[in-house]
Each structure stands twice: as structure tokens, then as C-alpha cells.
Ligand binder design. Sequence first.
Ligand code: VGL
Ligand code: ZN
Length: 211
Amino acid sequence: MSRSHSTSALIVVDFQNDFVNGSLTVPNGVDIADNLNLLKKHKLFDLVVLTIDWHPHGHISFASSHPGKKPFESIEVSYGTQMLWPDHCIQDTEGAEIHSSMHVSHKDIQVKKGYNPMVDSYSGFLELDKKNKTELDDILKKHHIRDIYVTGLAYDYCVKYTCLDGIAFGYNVHLIEDAAKGITPDGVETATKELEGAGVKLVKTQQVLNR
Ligand code: VGL
Ligand code: ZN
């Protein structure tokens, strides 16, 4: 942030129509829009990155791609267990657009993920098979970012994996807990323990704004 020594980035994960109010709605997800807008408005961050879940039709994570399978069942794939989802965030559809409750600046950098038909990508950094990186790490490195502040949807999936990979890639990771929402309460509870164990710092929007 501007008042601290190290350069920092705000990362907003997957604040897209299908997660806010669409085929894979995260309960109360829309409620974080106010905090996201506050965090963005105060120009506290050197960089704002918006990750975009960006799936082709027939994506491996869609239940509809696996005959006989239903959303929220899981299957075994080459890289482990894959949870199956309703079709969501299909490239160039309205469901993949950023939800209009969040203000988007022309300076915000958008990073797409999940475009590989055969591999899902929860993390903004790395696909689930841990082979292919997105552009995120290179963008952060280019801007000499050391601290990342992660927000968005869903806490128990893409936010969690982005935080864990952030640690693995060597960043100081802060999760702004009142600027993220999860798919299930149990998922959020388990994720929180895992994230704290991994060294992710949990903070609140007001603490960040007052820094
Ligand atoms: C997400 C499930 C499937 C997320 C993305 O953004 O958390 N969850 N694709
Ligand atoms: Zn997805």
C-alpha cells in the first residue's frame, strides 16, 4: 500500500455474474461489493488484478461434460479429484462478465484462468495439475509486488487456492475476510484453518483502509 514500504496488489477473484447471481451463485456474494469498492477507491494498492474464470464449452469441470454426473458430485481425473459444477463462466457469455456492482477501472488488470478444456484452475496463479501458470505471477513480479491482498469469490475454492499458491510463489498473502464469501459455511471454516496454517494473514477491510 502507498503508506507502507513494500508494494502491494489487491486481487479480486472471480467477481463475475455467474458467481454473484447466476448458475453458481455464492450465497450473499453480492454483499462484498461495497467493501471491494471501498478498497479500490482509496488507491491504497499499486496494482489491482481481477481474475476471470473463463471456461470453454464442454469444460472438464462441468457436470454436463460427464454423462450421468450431476453438479456437486466429483470424479477422478489425471490430476486428482475434480468437483463437478453447473456450467458457469463460459467464455464470451454474460455469465462470465464482471458483476456490475463492482466499479472497474481501466487500470485494473484482468487475468483469465480455467481456459484449458482438460484442466480446471481454481487458483489465479496455477492450473490444478500445477503444470501451467497464468499470467498472474509474471504481472506481479514485473510490478515488484511483495504483498497481495486477496478478496472475491468463492472463499472456499478460488480465493483459497489463490492464497495458497500466493504463499507457494513467495508473496506475503493477506486475505480480507469480509471481502470474500464462500459456497458453504463448512468449506469456509476448513479453508480458514488451512490458510492460517499456511501463513496467510486474515484481515478486515477497515484494518486495511486504516493502515
Ligand atoms: C470457482 C468453482 C468453479 C470459484 C470457480 O471462483 O471459486 N468455484 N469455478
Ligand atoms: Zn470455474
